[in-house]
Design a protein around this ligand. Structure first.
Ligand SMILES: [Zn+2]
Length: 142
């Protein structure tokens, strides 16, 4: 008989793994908890991927389910007429997405998030566009 320090029950030696001081159910429980730690994630992911490679049927099913979920979550955005998508602003101003992001970060343009999209108040955008045009004109005449 051997005493398990986790559940505190004395069990036959056959209920223990040879190298563990915990009984088999407790040992498994502890392993499960150990694997939940963040630094174990890459190892777990690698093991799961290896398993999926051996089970292509399951893999295909999982991928199909994932794509269905993603498709369901991607409902087209409805933009009210007084707002513009950042994508549209980028085209109007002829600048890169990164430059636009900078302007938003620096508070020169106000953008609000709606789902996956960023929206700009249309009056703000118009003001910004006219201001930019004026700045460019002044720059060229001086
Ligand atoms: Zn135990």
């Amino acid at each position: 008989m051997k005493m398990c320090p986790m559940c505190g029950v004395a069990k036959d030696v056959s209920a223990f793994y040879p190298t563990s001081s915990y009984c088999k159910p407790c040992h498994k429980q502890r392993s499960r908890e150990y694997r939940k730690q963040p630094h174990q994630r890459t190892k777990i992911r690698a093991a799961k991927n290896a398993w999926l490679k051996d089970h292509p049927e399951v893999n295909r099913r999982n991928v199909a389910a994932f794509r269905a979920r993603r498709k369901a979550s991607r409902v087209p955005v409805t933009v009210s007429p007084d707002h513009a998508l950042v994508r549209e602003a980028v085209i109007r101003l002829g600048m890169t997405k990164q430059r636009m992001q900078q302007l938003i970060d620096h508070g020169q343009l106000v953008a609000v998030r709606k789902g996956r999209h960023w929206l700009i108040d249309r009056s703000d955008l118009e003001r910004f566009v006219t201001q930019r045009i004026r700045e460019n004109r002044d720059h060229h005449t001086t």
